[in-house]
Design a protein around this ligand. Structure first.
Ligand SMILES: [Cu+2]
Length: 68
């Protein structure tokens, strides 16, 4: 999710503009992928969009730190 935004307990239509980057993976599948990290330091929420998965704990935090 974009910096300063969260999907709350349920990912829905209103959250779509707040998506920073996404990838689709089928159940049981795997994927090798890469993305360009945000340039703004901070803590970014990572969520699974599948219904019911946020409240089940399928979330993470991406911490971006400034280059010193
Ligand atoms: Cu999930």
């Amino acid at each position: 999710m974009k910096l300063g935004t969260t999907a709350g307990d349920i990912f829905d239509e209103k959250d779509i503009p707040n998506v920073f980057w996404e990838v689709e993976i089928q159940p049981g599948g795997s994927i090798d992928t890469a993305f360009t990290a945000p340039t703004e330091a901070g803590e970014y929420q990572v969520v699974c969009r599948t219904e019911g998965h946020i409240v089940s704990g399928m979330t993470a935090k991406l911490t971006v730190v400034a280059n010193e």
